[in-house]
Design a protein around this ligand. Sequence first.
Ligand code: FES
Length: 118
Amino acid sequence: MIEDQDARPPGHMKFVRVAGDDELGEGELHGVSVGEVPVLLVRLDGHVYALGRICTHEYADLAEGSVENGCVVCPLHGSKFDLRTGEALTLPAIEPEPSYKVLIENRVVYVAVQDAEH
Ligand code: FES
């Protein structure tokens, strides 16, 4: 059964397995790498979000931050990024985090990334 949260990914994207569905506890930050791409996974209110994992301000791993009011909070200077969109909501970060499509199928979590063959 497909518990797709969004539509299929746009062209030149492919879904890559990143975790088992039961590995993602509610409100927990989970850092993974999809090929060379560091990705942050968070389950919040039953929905799984995938954002870029490295802060857009300076180098900090958002998987070491915290979750607050639908945002991930950077562990270094406290910028907040909206989990739904990746938007930087508070300074000092200005640039948004990339936001990736998530697919959950047969209790496996997949994230859509750029297909290297294109
Ligand atoms: S490194 Fe994340 S806010 Fe500065």
